[in-house]
Design a protein around this ligand. Sequence first.
Ligand code: GUN
Length: 305
Amino acid sequence: MTAQIIDGKAFAARVREKVALHMAWLKEVHGITPGLAVVLVGEDPASEVYVRNKGKQTVECGMNSYEHKLSDQTSEADLLALIERLNADPDVHGILVQLPLPGHLDEGLVINAIDPAKDVDGFHISNVGRLATGQKSMVPCTPLGCLMMLRDHHGSLSGLNAVVVGRSNIVGKPMAQLLLRDSCTVTVAHSRTKDIEEVCRRADILVAAVGRAQMIKGDWVKPGATVIDVGINRVDAPEKGLRDDGSVKTRLVGDVEFDSAAQVAGAITPVPGGVGPMTIACLLANTVTACCRTHGLPEPDGLTA
Ligand code: GUN
């Protein structure tokens, strides 16, 4: 068997189109332009790339983008004061504080200072609790993107065995909650799970979010299963040759060994081009959703959990 490749890039483009349509309606009919504020503290290069991409796509789809770049010496009090201002700003409908924060800042405290209605990351304790208890909430972007692709591929997820590998607050745990809400039988596997290969082989839906390059092999996959690979890992690629400075070039791989898994799975997301593009698309979707909820207006169809 050779798996169907789930094209996250094309799917993300369709999500952005739906966002743009709803945006146009908000603007023309209600005179409202959604706004997203992104806060970056320090100069972590990977975070700077993420934040640049977020800003670019926010503007491209017609939203207002507010970027706040703060020095890595910023005090907690100053960061909290900025969040307070953004909470009170009626032009800002979504607030995202890029993680990780420098070590002297308490991430929990900072995230929980964001108005839950503007918490487009879905990381605020009240959104986490609302998701876990089946109430309307903001949902973390990466698991939301995975859910959209799974619903699109399967229609109903009811009764399917889902295994989520990884128990992070950003992906693993909210992914498990979302799959449970769609009536899957959910197992969360992690570094201490016994017979993890056997656990994975029971999955109709296998979501890999461990952050370990190519950990999940083809013989861990049930024939015909749907494999969603959330991992983005950089590995040496000597076959690509050397850079000018003599170092080995690299390439991106997922948490799944793609070539062997694609022989067994029914469908699989590639890396790059699978889950990755969906994360920012879902951030835009969450911002429009937050804006609609704030104004008591209808939410876009198919862009929420
Ligand atoms: N850092 C890496 N991924 C994310 C994310 O989804 N949201 C935030 N705020 N920071 C991140």
